[in-house]
Design a protein around this ligand. Structure first.
Ligand code: PBG
Length: 326
């Protein structure tokens, strides 16, 4: 056999060499912990389609926050479950200064002032229709929804949110939110925009968690078509020009190419959201011993980072942090 000069295996021959030449590092500081807040203050309810993940009531949240900060995780992204009797078409409860989101933000900031608090800005948990916008004749209205989301963002900023994270996919909402925040004296509150959010089947378990499934139709008139990636660049550029601080792609693993393109075509940090269905798949397969849970968890997170994500929202954040901190 002729011996080639180039032998890539030389760089794989020991753990120390592999680490020295590794192109991608995943760290605890890259991770965002999604938090589901229960409308039952004493509740701690496991979500059946998300084994090991809980909806937690305000009275039990401090212990969770302590655990998150002890793991050195830097940030949380808050979602609240709204009881049916507080839902309507305009999401009025979303603007309640004493609402669950606003109370949660204030509480977390009082317990852990350094923790980065991000809030979901969208109508669906508050909507009788389970849609991300105001509904009229089974159509999702764009501009009146943007006005509402802008008020919602200001209300979250007043409660102390560091970043608002609009997940609705209405056109022009980053501009509307940025202007409203500035006018209300919150020029320093950031926006992490769900810039390229796809109409995905992978959100199912999340909708179970928040009881927020659409009551009619689907979300394809506002969320993106999975066939498209140039359109993701367009969405990302619009959001960047409208004043977003971080651009998000969602879901993550089925859209690694999109993460890479958005990263290459914008100047902002890119976030990726490893969504509920991605979590559920790995949990279900590893419960059956068909996959090695920890190996697959870390491999997916590393792959998302390698594709171009600077930060990753993931339900695995605590479990991954435990491994990374070892
Ligand atoms: C809705 C919203 C969804 C998710 C985050 N915000 C679901 C949807 O668009 O129907 C999904 C997150 C997940 O699946 O983990 N504004």
């Amino acid at each position: 056999m002729k011996h080639p000069y180039s032998r890539p295996r030389r760089l794989r021959s020991s753990e120390a060499i592999r680490q020295m030449v590794s192109e991608t590092q995943l760290t605890v500081k890259d991770l965002i912990v999604p938090l589901f807040v229960s409308d039952n203050p004493d509740g701690r309810e496991e979500i059946p389609s998300m084994p090991g993940y809980y909806r937690i009531g305000l009275n039990r949240l401090q212990a969770e926050i302590d655990e998150i900060t002890a793991l050195n995780l830097p940030s949380v992204l808050i979602f609240v479950k709204v009881p049916d009797n507080l839902k309507d078409n305009e999401g009025k409860e979303a603007l309640n200064a004493e609402g669950l989101m606003q109370q949660t933000v204030r509480s977390i900031k009082s317990w852990a002032p350094e923790l980065i608090v991000m809030t979901d800005v969208a109508l669906d948990p508050y909507s009788t229709f389970g849609h991300d916008g105001i509904v009229e004749d089974e159509k999702i209205l764009n501009d009146s929804t943007v006005e509402l989301l802008s008020l919602m963002a200001v209300s979250h900023a007043e409660a102390g949110a560091d970043f608002v994270a609009p997940s609705d996919m209405m056109d022009g909402r980053i501009l509307g939110i940025r202007q409203s925040l500035n006018n209300a004296g919150f020029a320093d509150t950031g926006i992490m925009s769900y810039a390229a959010k796809y109409a995905s089947g992978f959100y199912g378990p999340f909708r179970d968690a928040l009881d927020s499934a659409p009551g009619f139709g689907d979300k394809k008139t506002y969320q993106m078509d999975p066939a498209n990636s140039k359109e993701a660049i367009k969405e990302a550029r619009l959001d960047q020009d409208e004043g977003a601080d971080i651009l998000m792609v969602k879901p993550a693993l089925p859209y690694l190419d999109v993460i890479g393109k958005v990263k290459a075509n914008s100047l902002l940090p890119v976030a990726a959201y490893q969504v509920s269905g991605e979590y559920a798949m790995i949990k279900a397969a590893s419960e059956k011993n068909w996959l090695d849970h920890d190996a697959v968890m870390m491999e997916t997170l590393l792959a998302i980072k390698r594709a171009g994500a600077d930060v990753i929202a993931t339900y695995f954040a605590k479990e991954a942090a435990k491994l990374l901190n070892r």
